[in-house]
Design a protein around this ligand. Structure first.
Ligand SMILES: [Zn+2]
Length: 190
């Protein structure tokens, strides 16, 4: 249940986690609208950070801590994503790799069609489970059999740890004995 009271500047303070984040979203949208068209990117970043700080001081300690943690995670992720990663000089899987990868997958796409259910379409592409452009290796340790629809919809998205765990768990049921089920090998770790 959401309760609210009025702060000195007439701004409502909501005392649930969802309500507090609604306030933050509202404030960031206002800042975003004000900064539309501004050529000064650094100014935009500082204004957004300032809004987050103001938001944390308008809410009780748990929300302030939660907001601080979210802000730190976003900054760390943004920095990590701008860091250049070494890419495998071999971009495409070979015909031998595709043939081997399709065979171990039983000729079937290895993606989720719906939540936790494996796609039923035939394997047509060799997909880098961890995207090649993000440092994924062009090796069998990073090969996933995919139908064209699943491969196209995935694009260069980095899979979550949970989706990797689901894939590896499923593979234990259909991979031939002795074949490693692990997915997501990085070029830098080969
Ligand atoms: Zn598929």
């Amino acid at each position: 249940m959401t309760t609210s009271k009025t702060s000195p500047n007439k701004r409502p303070i909501r005392h649930t986690v969802s309500g507090a984040f609604v306030c933050l979203h509202h404030d960031l949208r206002m800042v975003s609208d004000e900064l539309k068209g501004s050529p000064n990117h650094m100014l935009s970043q500082f204004t957004i950070i300032d809004t987050v700080i103001q938001w944390t001081t308008h809410h009780s300690l748990p929300f302030a801590v939660a907001g601080g943690v979210v802000a730190v995670i976003l900054v760390v992720r943004a920095i990590a994503r701008t860091r250049p990663v070494p890419t495998d000089p071999t971009r495409l899987f070979s015909a031998v790799q595709r043939s081997e990868g399709f065979a171990r997958a039983g000729g079937r796409c290895e993606f989720d069609k719906f939540w936790l259910v494996r796609c039923k379409r035939p394997a047509q592409h060799g997909d880098h489970h961890y995207p090649w452009s993000r440092g994924g290796a062009t090796t069998m340790g990073n090969f996933t059999a995919a139908c064209s629809r699943c491969n196209t919809s995935k694009g260069a998205k980095i899979p979550t740890n949970f989706s990797t765990m689901r894939l590896e768990s499923r593979r234990r049921k259909y991979f031939p004995v002795g074949i490693m089920v692990t997915a997501g090998e990085r070029f830098a770790n080969r």
